[in-house]
Design a binder for this molecule. Structure first.
Ligand code: FES
Length: 106
């Protein structure tokens, strides 16, 4: 099973093919997903520090909009876990003082 490391937080194993945002949330990582995984809110964005992920999708580019965001982030609701990854979560529910949002579909 692929290993996911959240920088300065924890490492856990995730089932291959699971949506990254769900793997994070189900392993106790505080992450926002305000649009429920529809690639609209960008609150689920993560910075991939190590590990390989597929090329960024048109949907992600459209949602992230700004070139500096497109260069730096991926939407965890649009990625499926395939390999070991090390990442940084950009938006935390407790810091933003928001509820995470509707659970994205698996
Ligand atoms: S873009 Fe909204 S949850 Fe991913």
């Amino acid at each position: 099973m692929p290993k996911i490391t959240v920088e300065n937080e924890k490492t856990f194993e995730a089932a291959s093919g699971v949506k990254l945002v769900l793997a994070l949330e189900d392993n106790g990582i505080d992450i926002l997903h305000r649009c429920g995984g529809q690639a609209r809110c960008t609150t689920c964005r993560v910075e991939i520090l190590e590990g390989s992920v597929p090329p960024i999708s048109e949907k992600e580019i459209e949602a992230l909009e700004e070139p500096e965001l497109i260069e730096k982030f991926r939407l965890s609701c649009q990625l499926h876990v395939e390999n070991d990854l090390t990442l940084r979560v950009a938006k935390r529910a407790h810091i933003e003082d928001l509820s995470p949002g509707p659970r994205p579909q698996p």
